[in-house]
Design a protein around this ligand. Structure first.
Ligand code: BDR
Ligand code: CA
Length: 317
C-alpha cells in the first residue's frame, strides 16, 4: 500500500536526504514539499529543496512558506551568532546544480490548507522536519485543518540534552510558539522523533559507501551529504566510529518501517515558550496520573541498521 505524504522542510543536509527517500521509495507518494525558514534563510531552503528535486528529475511541486518565526523577528538569537562556531556545518546552498524548476507561486500555507481540505485529502500524512511555522500558520488560518490531518510526524525536541541549548533542539527552539501551537491543535495522531531517537540511529562512512554502491543520483547525493555531516558533526567522546545523525530522514523511514523506532512512549508534550534558560524545550509528561490528555507518541530510540537498509532500498528505486 502506498502512503501519500507532504513534506515540510528547511533544507538542510538531512532534510535533503529525507526528500530523496520520500521521492524515491516505491511505497511512498510525495505530493509536495513546503519550505520554511530554519537551517538557513527561506530563500536558501526553497532553492535547496528545488535543487534536490531537480537532482533526481522529480516533478514534485515545491512551495515557499514562512521566512521568520510566527512571533520572533528572526530566531531567539541571530542566525550568524548561532552558526558562529562552524559556518560550514550548515552551508547556505547545497552542492547540487542551481535549480531550473521554479517554486510554485502559491504559498506553502495555501498548499497545506488546500491539500488537506480537498476531497480525499484526509489520508495524507504530513511530515514536518523543520521549524513548525508553516503548519502553525495554516492551522491558525483554517480552524478545520487540525481535524483533516490524519497523521503528523515531527522531527523535533529532545528529552535528553538539546543541540542548541542544554535542553532545546533546533526545530522547536527556532519557533517555540509555532511548535506549541501545533502540539495543542488537537491533531489526532502525532508522532515526534526527538534527538533521543535520531542520535541513537546514526549513520557512518560504511553506510555512505553502501549508498555510493547503489549509484543512483539520490544515493550518491545522499552519501555526499552524510559524509559532510560526519565531517562537521561535533565529536562525541563516547563515539567508537565516525557517525552523524541524519535526523529528518528517520521520519521517512518510520513511515515505511515503524519498527525502526524501537522505543516509543505516549505522553503529553508541550514546548517551553517563556523560560529564561529553557526556551524551546520539549516538556514530555509521561506521569500516569497527569491530568492532561495524551497528545503525542514520542520515539526515544531507533535502529540504525533498519534505517540504513531503508535508505538503500529507497535509493535503489
Ligand atoms: C533538526 O534541526 C535541523 O538543523 C535539522 O535539519 C533537523 O531537522 C535537528 O535538530
Ligand atoms: Ca530539518
Amino acid at each position: 500500500m502506498t502512503t501519500r505524504l507532504i513534506l515540510d522542510v528547511d533544507t538542510g543536509t538531512d532534510d535533503a536526504v529525507a526528500i530523496f527517500a520520500a521521492a524515491c521509495h516505491p511505497e511512498l507518494e510525495l505530493l509536495g514539499v513546503t519550505a520554511v525558514n530554519g537551517n538557513v534563510a527561506l530563500k536558501y531552503t526553497i532553492e535547496n529543496t528545488l535543487r534536490v528535486l531537480d537532482h533526481i528529475g522529480s516533478d514534485v511541486p515545491a512551495f515557499a512558506g514562512a521566512d521568520r518565526p510566527i512571533v520572533r523577528p528572526d530566531m531567539p538569537i541571530p542566525r550568524h551568532i548561532l552558526n558562529g562556531d562552524d559556518p560550514q556545518f550548515q552551508v547556505n546552498e547545497l552542492d547540487f546544480a542551481p535549480s531550473t524548476t521554479p517554486a510554485r507561486p502559491e504559498s506553502a500555507v495555501r498548499f497545506l490548507i488546500d491539500s488537506f481540505m480537498a476531497d480525499g485529502g484526509d489520508d495524507i500524512v504530513l511530515v514536518a522536519t523543520g521549524p513548525l511555522t508553516n503548519l502553525a500558520l495554516a492551522l491558525g488560518a483554517e480552524p478545520r485543518l487540525a481535524g483533516r490531518i490524519p497523521r503528523l510526524v515531527i522531527m523535533g525536541g529532545a528529552r535528553g540534552w538539546g543541540n542548541v541549548t542544554a535542553v532545546a533542539e533546533f526545530n522547536f527552539w527556532v519557533d517555540p510558539e509555532a511548535a506549541e501551537a501545533v502540539l495543542s491543535a488537537g491533531i489526532r495522531d502525532v508522532l515526534i522523533l526527538p534527538l533521543d531517537a535520531t542520535h541513537s540511529a546514526q549513520l557512518g562512512l560504511e553506510d555512505c559507501d553502501a549508498f555510493d554502491a547503489v549509484g543512483t543520483p539520490a544515493a550518491t547525493g545522499s552519501a555526499a551529504l552524510i559524509r559532510h555531516r560526519i565531517q562537521h558533526y561535533p565529536d562525541d567522546p563516547a563515539a567508537v566510529r565516525a557517525t552523524a545523525p541524519v535526523h529528518d530522514a528517520l521520519c521517512i523511514a518510520a513511515l515505511v518501517h515503524p519498527e525502526v523506532l524501537t522505543e516509543v512512549v505516549d505522553g503529553t508534550v508541550h514546548v517551553e515558550t517563556a523560560g529564561e534558560r529553557t526556551l524551546g524545550e520539549m516538556v514530555l509528561d509521561t506521569r500516569p496520573w497527569r491530568d492532561e490528555p495524551t497528545n503525542a507518541r514520542v520515539a526515544l530510540r531507533a535502529d540504525a541498521q533498519i534505517f540504513s537498509r531503508f535508505l538503500t532500498d529507497a535509493f535503489r528505486s
